[in-house]
Design a protein around this ligand. Structure first.
Ligand code: SDX
Length: 428
């Protein structure tokens, strides 16, 4: 990193703070010594101007709508790569050779089964439990079944637990769906691709043959690529903070799943389709646009806006074109797609959305595709978690391997009572 300095004047003191530059993107002002030198903290609720770490995995330029994974643009990866290849790239930093990809895919494939006793874990949930609640519980429980790979100080065990998480998350997700619909669990079939295996475990029934539709497999694999990693978003930051205490990787991923569930984050894909269903027909769009603009109405356009993207989310662009591919492959259509296109058109011509730079994000169109493939809305965030697991695992590994890594422990601006003496109950 090249270094220069920022000067800060506070309480009559002047201090110089180092400024670091990355390979691309904004410089950072290193405030690690600020409290020791000034007695003051920085203040940044929501971390709108805070870099929490160094990372070489994903780069986002929100103004330009750029998303790079290890330097490769998301549009090129979505067009030319596969989720297994992108997973290798995120974990290892380089695109694999054919031999490296085959070896990685074989390793992941051979970890897809879960401990047989994990199956009985599901029966503790109500059948109508939200699948994300099941995911939180089951992934958190993995450390009880795979305790032999939880020593995070051992790089070999870190690799094994990383592969176990990436391999088993589709199996666990498919089992959550099967449990919710009262159908028997379907074991992995190692002859299939990562995504084909997931489709079969989700939709196959013992009573008949199941054939993966290649176009659907390709579209879902691309959707997994679009969701794989995204810099220091809320759930990734949760995984890093949990991991900074030395918690095992299974517990850290469960924390990430819990955070992702929120409608402001990964829960937005479910909320966006529910919103489109509530809007129904294009003639009702303006009423919802007006509600989204009304400060007294908590309603927001779900699938719109982003903390970083102040331009079109490049993932939404790919997602929109994928809708048409899946409709054609399945010979289906959905009037909600027209409603979504019209909603986008109206919103992007409205000064409120233009001035606040609110564009469709990755969640706006994904639900339409997932619904067409046959997933219920309650499974949408589960699919997001499935794909994001490799990003969480890559970021977790990067953090653990960082020699400068220490437990994350933010401070606060205290606004509570000043010191006061206890008042006995009889005197209150
Ligand atoms: C994801 O971080 C990531 O990278 C996340 C993600 C990933 O891959 O990990 O990209 C995945 O989470 C995508 C975002 C999915 N969430 C939604 O679609 C939910 C709807 N969007 C919002 O709630 C909101 O846009 C956020 C949460 C996404 C971003 O919120 P910010 O950055 O904190 O912005 P903000 O809430 O301060 O909003 C700025 C202004 C506000 O108006 P003012 O107070 O300035 O007048 O824009 C308004 C907001 O009211 N606004 C919206 C809006 N989003 C923001 N108004 C109407 N509809 C919206 N969707």
């Amino acid at each position: 990193m090249s270094e220069n300095q920022a000067t800060l004047n506070i309480d009559g003191k002047t201090i110089d703070l180092p400024v670091h530059s990355g390979t691309i993107g904004p410089d950072v002002i290193d405030v690690r010594k600020l409290y020791a030198q000034t007695g003051a903290f920085t203040y940044d609720p929501g971390f709108t101007s805070t870099a929490s770490c160094d990372s070489a995995i994903t780069y986002i330029d929100g103004d330009e709508g750029v998303l790079l994974h290890r330097g490769y643009p998301i549009g090129q990866l979505a067009e030319n790569s596969s989720f297994m290849e992108v997973s290798y790239l995120l974990l290892n930093g380089e695109l694999p050779s054919q031999a490296e990809l085959d070896d990685f895919s074989r390793t992941i494939t051979r970890h897809t089964m879960v401990h047989e006793q994990l199956s009985s874990f599901y029966s503790g949930f109500r059948r109508d439990a939200h699948p994300m609640a099941v995911m939180c519980g089951v992934v958190g429980a993995l450390s009880a079944f795979y305790h032999d790979s939880t020593d995070i100080a051992d790089p070999v065990l870190r690799k094994i637990s990383s592969h176990r998480l990436i391999a088993k998350i589709p199996t666990i997700a498919a089992m959550a769906y099967k449990y919710s619909v009262g159908q028997p669990f379907v074991y992995p079939d190692n002859r299939l691709s990562y995504t084909g295996n997931f489709l079969r475990m989700t939709f196959a029934v013992p009573a008949e043959e199941y054939h993966v539709v290649p176009e659907v497999e390709k579209a879902l694999d691309r959707i997994f690529i679009l969701h794989a990693d995204h810099e220091q978003n809320a759930s990734t930051s949760t995984v890093r903070l949990a991991g900074s205490s030395g918690a095992n990787p299974f517990a850290c991923m469960a924390a990430g799943i819990a955070c992702l569930w929120g409608p402001a984050h990964g829960g937005a894909n479910e909320a966006a389709l529910n919103m489109l269903r509530e809007i129904g027909t294009p003639d009702r769009i303006q009423h919802y646009i007006d509600r989204a603009k009304d400060k007294n109405d908590p309603f927001r356009l779900m699938g719109f806006g982003h903390r970083v993207y102040k331009n079109y989310d490049p993932r939404a662009t790919v997602m929109q074109s994928t809708v048409r591919e899946v409709f054609q492959a399945l010979n289906v259509t959905d009037p909600l797609f027209e409603t979504a296109l019209r909603l986008e058109e109206i919103a992007l011509s409205d000064p409120y959305f233009v001035e606040k730079k609110l564009f469709p994000n990755v969640d706006f169109y994904s639900g339409i595709i997932l619904s067409a493939i046959g997933f219920p809305t309650t499974m949408f965030t589960v699919l997001f978690a499935l794909a994001r697991t490799v990003g969480w695992v890559a970021q977790w590994n990067e953090m653990i391997a960082d020699p400068g890594q220490k437990i994350g422990r933010p401070r606060q601006l205290y606004t509570g009572p000043t010191p006061r003496d206890y008042v006995p109950l009889a005197q209150r």
